[in-house]
Design a protein around this ligand. Structure first.
Ligand SMILES: N[C@@H](CCC(=O)N[C@@H](CS)C(=O)NCC(=O)O)C(=O)O
Length: 145
């Protein structure tokens, strides 16, 4: 089951990863504007945020951690991270960079200039990883925010 919010790009990361793997799942939409469900508070007591993937009754939180969990759990199909340890480290480095730098520009320094810069950077990264590094999937999911 996925605790979801349909406007959240963090949730979209997880839904794309599940779709890539061909995993069926039950979707439960959270009402983040009014009241968070008791299930969300119980499953993610630290951050109280979506997405939360509940697999075999156990919760996994934080979108990129969930994407890695999905990749490792259904490792027989559609790999999201490279197999080579160095390339995996590179993919994690850039995903972490996007989460800490690009996303924070978008959220905290919201202005027309930073918005444009952010999106130029985002498209640059997408093209770079897609066409040059072939480490597209995990990185591209991180670029959704
Ligand atoms: N770092 C988290 C961010 C998740 C996040 O910010 N989720 C938002 C929806 S986009 C949320 O649940 N917000 C509720 C709140 O802040 O109380 C991730 O990657 O999963």
């Amino acid at each position: 089951m996925l605790l979801d919010f349909n406007l959240s790009m963090f949730c979209v990361r997880v839904k794309i990863a599940l779709a890539e793997k061909g995993v069926q799942f039950e979707n439960r939409e959270e009402d983040l504007v009014n009241t968070k469900s008791a299930l969300l508070l119980q499953m993610n007591p630290v951050h109280k945020k979506v997405p939360v993937l509940i697999h075999n009754g156990k919760p996994i939180s934080e979108s990129l951690i969930i994407v890695e969990y999905i990749d490792e759990t259904w490792r027989d199909r559609a790999p999201l991270l490279p197999t080579d340890p160095y390339q995996r480290a590179q993919a994690r480095f850039w995903a972490d960079f996007v989460d800490h730098k690009v996303t924070s520009i978008f959220i905290f320094e919201y202005s027309y200039t930073s918005y444009v810069e952010c999106h130029i950077l985002q498209h640059y990264f997408t093209l770079f990883f897609f066409f040059i590094c072939h480490i597209i999937s995990y990185i591209n999911l991180s670029l959704l925010h």
